[in-house]
Design a protein around this ligand. Structure first.
Ligand code: C2E
Ligand code: CA
Ligand code: CA
Length: 515
């Protein structure tokens, strides 16, 4: 540009002087020629200066234009709140990464991250606190990964990461997923509030060949949904089976609505045994869908869908009511446990609804134990506390279910007045061969004993596990060794047999007579 300008100026100087040379000839070399030549020179200098000014202006204009274009592009591709990429920016960056991945025989990896019921935080603490927390979470996510990873906030509480890794890097990717979970679920202080959020993580790795970014993100989202419905505190990888399950989902949804209308949800009962004496002390109520064509359908097929479509409360009430009606006719020493889903704790009327069911069925409150999983305590610990306090005021007991699988178990023992801790089946299943599981069960039992809270273990499948958990000091147990979940009729028979004859109804379990 400068070169062109200098050439143009030189041309002007030459043309100018040539022109004035001719003029001086025409005026018969009079002295005035000198004056004309100096005017020409002045004109030329003015032209040079004018040209230079123009050059500087053009240069400035184009720089400004480039800067404002950059700024517009940045705004269009950045999430204003967190400074991460937005959906468009992420798609662009991921597409570039995908091109690189394809070329080097490496694979593109997509991680979907979503906070667990973040809306509750906004509702409870206000949007300013919610926004600040999102900014902190964004920073925490960035701190986990290196600079080559594309990180975006796609919407409200949904984040995504795209990176390129080799197919053998799965364990390392999983470690990233776990680090994200740890970074997000640690306690944050925003203003004067101490907030802890749960999170779910889904991961998808592209197959060999060209990558369609949107498709890979969809797969990571399917894995994320899976993590949500199985309440997994660990990252979940996408697999083809999840996609097939998605197709069945809409059929299940229709079926659930029909089943609610026609009261097809019914309680089954799993015996709970005093591990020391072998006596039957109660039952856990477990929902079953008694489907006209398919027969008995297990809860993992319908509970997550019922939660998702917002009918879990109705469904659980249907099951509870029937369970209370049956159990009200059993011996007064038999307790009944019922499961309450995380979604149900969002209902401020939950305690009142349960109390009304008790009144209507004449089942005594002091024989009821409400089981709450840890993950349900995350969103709104204050609301959970209100519900729990109302339940406890009525004489209902409270169990912390699936202990050990949640995000930060021990803190909940201090914040809510649990009467029972139920150690998750996954620890019990491996207690004999995995030293870590055994150590966890032993430590939890010691801690619970110190807090004066009895421990119930689930998933006891054989005599040696029974002996092991008894030796560790666990009070009550349940599992297939003592009896699988059974119909109300069979449960009633079991209660009566225990009372009348002291005969163990379970073929395997050592159930003894009541004293
Ligand atoms: P959960 O509360 O942890 O229930 C224990 C699950 O472990 C039950 O599965 C039970 O059948 C199973 N189980 C018990 N002992 C053994 C054993 O020795 N070996 C093995 N392999 N499994 C054993 P189920 O009935 O499929 O229930 C699954 C989950 O569905 C429950 O987990 C609970 O979270 C949920 N659920 C069940 N009924 C209801 C309900 O009425 N309302 C709500 N909200 N959730 C329910
Ligand atoms: Ca349970
Ligand atoms: Ca459980």
């Amino acid at each position: 540009m400068l070169g062109i300008l200098i050439s143009a100026v030189m041309l002007l100087v030459w043309n100018g002087s040539h022109f004035f040379q001719q003029i001086s000839f025409a005026t018969d070399r009079i002295d005035g020629g000198i004056q004309i030549a100096s005017t020409a020179l002045t004109l030329n200098v003015a032209l040079i200066l004018f040209g230079w000014r123009r050059y500087v202006d053009v240069q400035h204009e184009s720089q400004m234009r480039a800067e404002s274009e950059d700024r517009a592009a940045l705004i269009a591709t950045t999430d204003a709140m967190t400074g991460l990429l937005n959906r468009k920016g992420f798609a662009d960056r991921a597409t570039v990464l995908a091109g690189a991945a394809c070329g080097d025989g490496e694979r593109m990896v997509m991680i979907s991250v979503q906070m667990h019921r973040f809306k509750g935080i906004n509702d409870r603490h206000g949007y300013d606190v919610g926004d600040e927390l999102l900014r902190r979470l964004a920073a925490a996510i960035l701190a986990v990964v290196d600079r080559e990873v594309a990180v975006a906030r796609l919407s409200g509480d949904e984040f995504a990461l795209a990176m390129v890794r080799s197919p053998g890097d799965r364990p390392a990717i999983e470690i990233i997923g776990e680090a994200l979970i740890r970074a997000i679920t640690k306690p944050y202080q925003v203003e004067d509030k101490h907030i802890q959020v749960g999170v779910f993580v889904g991961i998808a790795m592209a197959e060999a060949g060209p990558v369609v970014v949107a498709e890979l993100l969809r797969r990571a989202d399917i894995a994320l949904d899976h993590a949500k419905s199985s309440r997994s505190a660990r990252p979940v990888w996408f697999d083809g089976g999840m996609e097939r399950a998605l197709l069945a989902h809409s059929e299940i949804e229709q079926g659930i609505r029909f089943a609610l209308e026609h009261e097809q949800f019914e309680p089954h009962f799993e015996p709970q045994i005093d591990l020391e004496t072998g006596e039957l002390v109660g039952f856990e109520t477990l929902a079953r869908w008694n489907h006209t064509l398919s027969g008995i359908i297990m809860p993992d097929m319908f509970i997550p869908v019922a939660e998702e479509i917002g009918v879990i409360g109705r469904l659980s009430e249907q099951v509870m009511r029937a369970a209370f009606v049956h159990a009200a006719t059993w011996d007064a020493s038999i307790n009944l446990s019922v499961n309450v889903s995380p979604a149900m704790l969002g209902d401020p009327w939950l305690a009142q609804k349960i109390v009304r069911l008790l009144r209507e069925t004449s089942f005594p409150a002091n024989r009821l134990v409400v089981e709450i999983t840890e993950s349900s305590l995350f969103t709104d610990i204050d609301q959970a506390r209100t519900i729990v306090t109302s339940l406890k005021n009525q004489g209902i007991r409270l169990a912390l279910d699936d202990f050990g699988t949640g995000f930060s178990s021990l803190s909940h023992l201090r914040t809510l007045p649990f009467d029972v801790i139920k150690i998750d089946r996954s620890f019990i299943a491996t207690i004999q061969r995995d030293r870590q599981s055994a150590a966890i069960v032993r430590a939890v039992t010691t801690l619970a004993t110190a807090l004066d809270v009895p421990v119930t273990v689930e998933g006891i499948e054989d005599a040696s596990t029974h002996a092991a958990v008894l030796a560790m000091g666990c009070a009550v147990g349940q599992g297939w060794y003592f009896g699988k979940p059974m119909s109300a009729e069979r449960a009633g028979e079991m209660v009566r047999a225990r009372k009348n004859h002291g005969v163990p109804v379970s073929s395997a379990g050592p159930i003894k007579a009541a004293g």
